[in-house]
Design a binder for this molecule. Structure first.
Ligand code: F6R
Length: 609
């Protein structure tokens, strides 16, 4: 969701730095962008939104900033994903109070906005955002207390919901104040410049060794010397080191394309050094300390959203396959249902970003109950990484494409390793563990074999791009692949797609099948292959179009198009069958002239619940 960046420097390069790093946060929210520069005597504000230009990017914002004034040491910037108020330039951040004393960039949602508006009394707001209300509350408390830190501290106590923000005081060009309650604020220092951001991606141009993450309810004063952290107005230190590899587009046109094509390497990275063949037990450093407690757990509950939820489903199926009880739940539903679980059950939270608000809400709830919480996370140092007791880093590297691709495959790989780890604690034999390891080691090359067919998949897409309705169908493990393929297609192509367990077709969905409906059927040679074949006949008998993903020779009259994938153990097949579906949705997006890295209405990191 919204991206935040702030810079206090000594080199006069705040304008360039803010504009550059805001560009790196584009994927967080791209409904609008804005920057404010404290020029000493005045604050200059520049904003752009989809209202001005449907497909604007950072270059359009840069063009708004006059070149002659490029010397500045204090700036803030923001990329917005709309919640309170439409995608307009007025609603773009930075926001300011009525008197233009404070400028404010904000990530989150204020859930008790009506109460705060009442407290502020009358006032004509220029925007529809909660952020403008909050900066006015800060200004009000500042007038009462004559201290920005104290005012921010009071606001932090007052507002409800997950929020993180940075405030610029127009009269203090040497200082920024940031605060966190339920969000993420990261600080970094480099050669006389201090940086604050909501996301490590913004740190890319800087060679920063020490980074600090603000804890909840902490307020920080940022100056060129570094930062002072306050909690309840006491100076405190909080530090947690994190490292993240850089990422750029290289030879690729889109991040989604790059991330699909690097999966051979990211998959290899997920398992590197972890498959100990002698024992058939994976070495998972992040859970070693609690291995004994995990032995006693009877049921594992997996929680996630979107693609990460699909990974949860895979975990459930795989754990069950290995004789371990498991459930999978969509995070945004979990807290509102009456879930039954035992005190010694463990919860496993899957998240690429580690910042998904819906998932964090469940963590908060489960921590109250006292169950073990594990994370399967991509971004080191992220909130879910920090808030869980232990976990596995999926090591996929920065994922910038809004549609999750390589992180999904690395999540599946991590789930397999975790499942083997736990199953080896229980009933799995050493040779089964070893056999799985041997097969996992082959997966990176098998992924590459599929990627080598990209041109063929592109041709299949071009041939089928007239369809406006798709089913994605599969049985057992490949029902999960179907869910993931369907999600990918709709989110980046805006083509209607639904996923079903293939055998369920005859119970209703088959009614929609005719010559204008395309079914993508995932049908590897496994225990459900024969049953799946019958179901394809049912679709063909109704003149439906069938595109098959398989590893077995099939009657060419049965499927209109076939994409072959290499063979593997049946329960590992989603690690392969997902890849052609990622390419399918990617090429469909290109064919339909969509920008796959900026799907409308979506953001990469969903920090509102
Ligand atoms: C789909 C996609 C989303 C995310 C979901 C959870 O391609 O990317 O569905 O999977 O928003 O995000 P994380 O994994 O960051 O918790």
């Amino acid at each position: 969701m919204c991206g935040i960046f702030g810079y206090i420097g000594t080199d006069g390069r705040a304008i360039n730095s803010v504009l550059y790093s805001i560009g790196l946060l584009e994927h967080r929210g791209y409904d609008s962008m804005g920057v404010a520069f404290n020029m000493g005597r005045e604050v200059e504000l520049y904003k752009i939104s989809q209202e001005d230009k449907e497909n604007f990017n950072i270059e359009d914002l840069k063009r708004l900033v006059p070149k002659r004034k490029r010397i500045c040491n204090n700036g803030i910037g923001h990329t917005r994903w709309a919640t309170f108020g439409g995608k307009t330039t007025k609603n773009a951040h930075p926001h300011h109070d009525f008197n233009k004393l404070f400028y404010f960039v904000h990530n989150g949602n204020v859930e008790n906005l009506d109460d705060i508006k009442k407290e502020l009394g009358k006032g004509s707001f220029y925007s529809e955002t909660d952020s403008e209300v909050i900066v006015n509350l800060i200004a009000k408390y500042y007038r009462e207390m004559n201290s920005l830190e104290k005012a921010v501290s009071k606001v932090l106590k007052k507002i409800e919901g997950a929020n993180a923000f940075v405030v610029m005081d127009a009269n203090k060009p040497e200082q920024l104040i940031a605060a966190n309650k339920g969000g993420t604020i990261i600080l970094g220092k480099e050669n006389g410049n201090t940086i604050v951001a909501s996301d490590l991606a913004a740190f890319e141009p800087f060679t920063i060794k020490n980074r600090h993450i603000l804890k909840d309810n902490e307020i920080v004063e940022i100056t060129k010397q570094g930062w002072k952290i306050y909690e309840d107005e006491k100076v405190k230190k909080a530090a947690k080191e994190i490292n993240e590899p850089n990422s750029d587009l290289g030879e690729y046109k889109f991040f989604m394309e790059k991330e699909i094509f690097e999966q051979k390497y990211t998959m290899a990275n997920a398992i590197r050094g972890r498959l100990i063949t002698e024992t058939g037990i994976p070495k998972l450093g992040g859970i070693e300390n609690i291995a004994r407690s995990l032995r006693k757990v009877k049921t594992f509950h997996f929680i996630g959203c979107g693609t990460a939820y699909n990974a949860c489903l895979y975990a459930k199926f795989l754990f069950n396959r290995f004789g371990i009880a498991a459930s999978a739940s969509i995070a945004s539903e979990f807290c509102y249902r009456h879930s039954v679980f035992a005190p010694d059950d463990a919860f496993i939270f899957i998240s690429q970003s580690g910042e998904t608000a819906d998932t964090i809400e469940v963590i908060n709830e489960i921590k109250i109950k006292g169950n073990i919480c594990l994370g399967i996370v991509n971004v080191p140092g992220s909130r879910i990484w920090r808030e869980t007791d232990a976990g596995i880093s999926i090591r996929a590297g920065k994922e910038k494409g809004v549609a999750s691709t390589k992180a999904f495959i690395s999540q599946l790989a991590s789930i397999v390793m975790l499942a083997v780890f736990l199953a080896r604690q229980r009933n799995m034999t050493i040779d089964t563990g070893q056999r799985i390891f041997r097969e996992l080691e082959l997966i990176p090359d098998k992924i590459q074999e599929i990627l080598n067919q990209a041109n063929l998949i592109r041709k299949v897409v071009n041939k089928n791009s007239r369809f406006t309705n798709y089913y994605f169908l599969g049985r057992y493990f490949n029902y999960i692949t179907a869910e993931e393929g369907s999600l990918k297609l709709k989110e980046i192509s805006y083509v209607h797609a639904e996923a079903y367990p293939l055998g369920e077709m005859k119970h209703g969905p088959l009614a929609l099948i005719d010559k204008d409906f395309c079914s993508v059927v995932i049908i590897p040679d496994d225990s459900v292959f024969k049953k799946s074949l019958v179901n394809i006949h049912e679709i063909k008998a109704r003149n439906g179009k069938v595109l098959a993903i398989t590893n077995k020779k099939m009657d060419v009259n049965l499927a209109d198009d076939i994409i072959f994938v290499p063979r593997t153990i049946d329960y590992l097949s989603p690690l392969l069958t997902t890849i052609p579906l990622q390419l399918f949705s990617y090429y469909m997006a290109l064919k339909l002239k969509r920008n796959p890295d900026k799907p409308r209405n979506l953001a990469k990191t969903v920090t509102v619940s």
